[in-house]
Design a protein. Structure first.
Length: 436
């Protein structure tokens, strides 16, 4: 079958960007569509291509016009891209008289709220870790069978809005099949991580997370399980990226299984690949096992992403983060001592007042973070935070769910809140060069 996998364009709305000129987050991260490369890797025997509309927005017209040449068109979408993907699917249908290819949607938002894609233009919704389930769907369609696959929702006018539950396991990782990095080779020069190391390649070492922070959507992608790729599969994927100098492990919690992380570090040290790595690491992992972090420094860990989130223990507890400020500072100290750069995620709560912004800015001046990334607290559908606070939402248009907009009521007048947020971003990101 001819299968086209589509990464939607940059489409989320951002009030700070539109009204205050804040574009630094887009400059920092311009990454490849690893989820689609991973799906493509398990579609042997089919003709597969990837259309990356973030790297090549001009390809959209050709995608719509060329729809009938594909048997299946698959879209991925995070929450702020959901409406755009629905629009693209509808335009694809309209351009071909209501016919055209089978249209499938997956990704983060489909996993959080599959019913949102219960639309006439969409045929199937695939939730969660989809490398195996999507390939099973393709095989059923190729054979003319009616799919009946856990984790796959067939969209029918009077049908269910949720798929059969899927019990995820290491089998869903399909370690034997590598991502198809070659399908986006023409865009490789566009995939960068500015402020950290420039040209970057993405590799997955694990899926899911060991914790359940109230704001995070990651656990739902694997039904709450934490699944690790095998060491040799990870090494293979790194090798497939050729001379890319910086590898970004795109896991929510790369060292969630410390023994697996130790085995991978030892293997990378033995191979001496000359690569640098960036990984998401919890502060408690760093503090509880500094020897592991030292081992990873030897393996090439150049930067660690830590979810500091807040600088107040009560606020951290409210997010069910299960960490504390002193632990975060201890982790920062260990990383700095090892020469590992610190990328810090911080959450700006909508109830921040001027003194809260002042306190955070003073904290970051006193305890410098190499690359601080403040985002605005956003209850994503399907998360515990959304269930707690959806009745308070002031913005329900998903286009604005980019983590840069206040979708909950602000304590400050909105103009003051956004002015403070914009000023903070400019202060923190003034050193970033988008070309490096």
């Amino acid at each position: 079958m001819r299968i086209v996998l589509v990464n939607p364009p940059n489409c989320g709305r951002s009030i700070p960007e539109e009204e205050y000129g804040i574009t630094s987050l887009k400059m920092i991260f311009r990454g490849e569509p690893l989820a689609l490369e991973t799906l493509a890797g398990n579609l042997g025997g089919h003709e597969v291509s990837i259309v990356d509309l973030k790297a090549d927005p001009e390809a959209e017209a050709a995608l719509i016009a060329g729809g009938p040449t594909a048997d299946i068109v698959g879209f991925t979408a995070v929450t702020c891209e959901a409406n755009t993907v629905i629009s693209l699917a509808e335009r694809l249908r309209e351009a071909h008289g209501g016919r055209g290819p089978v249209i499938v949607v997956g990704g983060h938002h489909a996993s959080l709220d599959p019913g949102y894609f219960h639309r006439p233009a969409i045929d199937y919704v695939v939730v969660g870790l989809a490398k195996l389930s999507f390939s099973l769907l393709v095989e059923d369609l190729a054979a003319g069978r009616q799919p009946d696959i856990p984790g796959v929702l067939a969209v029918r006018p009077d049908g269910p809005r949720e798929p059969q539950p899927r019990s995820y396991s290491v089998e869903d990782l399909v370690d034997s099949q590598a991502p198809r990095y070659d399908l986006v080779a023409q865009h490789r020069h566009r995939y960068v991580m500015s402020g950290v190391g420039g040209k970057v390649g993405f590799v997955a070492t694990a899926f899911g997370c060991t914790h359940r922070c109230s704001f995070c959507a990651i656990p739902s992608l694997t039904g709450g399980r934490y699944l690790c790729h095998g060491v040799e599969a990870i090494v293979r994927d790194i090798g497939l990226l050729g001379d890319i100098p910086l590898i970004r492990f795109v896991d929510a919690n790369t060292f969630g299984d410390r023994e697996a992380a130790r085995r991978l570090a030892e293997r990378l040290i033995a191979l001496d690949l000359g690569k640098k790595f960036v990984a998401d690491v919890r502060a408690d992992t760093i503090v509880n096992d500094p020897e592991l972090i030292a081992l990873w420094r030897q393996a090439g860990l150049a930067a660690a992403v830590i979810g500091f989130e807040e600088i107040d223990d009560l606020r951290l507890a409210a997010l069910d983060k299960r960490s504390a400020l002193d632990q975060n500072l201890a982790a920062r100290h260990i990383l700095k001592g090892l020469g590992i750069r610190v990328i810090g995620d911080f959450i700006i709560a909508p109830d921040y007042r001027h003194e809260d912004f002042d306190r955070l800015e003073q904290f970051l001046d006193f305890f410098p973070i190499d690359l601080p990334i403040p985002s605005i607290l956003t209850p994503l559908p399907g998360t515990p935070l959304y269930r707690q606070r959806h009745g308070e939402l002031t913005i329900t248009d998903l286009d604005y769910y980019t983590f840069s907009n206040a979708v909950l009521p602000t304590a400050l007048p909105q103009s003051e809140f956004y002015s403070r947020y914009a000023a903070l971003m400019k202060h923190l990101h003034q050193h970033i060069n988008p070309n490096t």
